[in-house]
Write a protein that binds this ligand. Structure first.
Ligand SMILES: [Zn+2]
Length: 153
């Protein structure tokens, strides 16, 4: 876990992800290294690329973005701010290597996202937080409609 000691500064982070668009592009490249894939059916053959960051799976007839199926899905916070928030959470304890950072934000599995979330909760709360971390409401997270039902977050 300590094979890369290079840490990145806040300044560097901002330089890497100055805006939502850059963050999105980066996350997409991490999430879909081999091309866009539908988070619902997992296929990448029948994807229609729409305007910046929106895709449609012609198999499922579902629209999706890089957020779909992740903890970001129900959030309206721009992705680069999310990245920054995660950066802060992680660095607040013991710093983070660039390698680690790329891992933190490049996880492809939904479950991994939730695991990550639990880890962040742990960092936040210090020590153990069994049962305190938010539950992975998986079924709910990938309902057919993508719009958060005005529930705030
Ligand atoms: Zn699909």
């Amino acid at each position: 876990m300590h094979n890369d000691k290079i840490t990145i500064s806040t300044h560097q982070l901002f330089a890497m992800f100055p805006d939502q668009e850059k963050a999105r592009t980066y996350l997409e490249s991490r999430l879909w290294p081999k091309g866009v894939r539908c988070p619902i059916c997992g296929l990448g053959e029948r994807i229609t690329v729409r305007e910046s960051g929106f895709y449609r799976c012609n198999q499922c007839k579902e629209d999706f973005t890089v957020r779909t199926g992740t903890i970001f899905e129900r959030s309206h916070v721009p992705l680069h701010k999310w990245l920054y928030a995660m950066y802060l959470l992680v660095t607040s304890r013991k710093g983070i290597s660039s390698l680690q950072l790329s891992k933190e934000i490049g996880i492809t599995q939904k479950s991994a996202w939730f695991g990550q979330q639990a880890r962040i909760a742990k960092v936040e709360g210090g020590a153990r937080c069994r049962g305190k971390s938010r539950r992975p409401r998986d079924a709910r997270a990938r309902g057919p409609h993508r719009r958060p039902a005005g529930r705030g977050r």
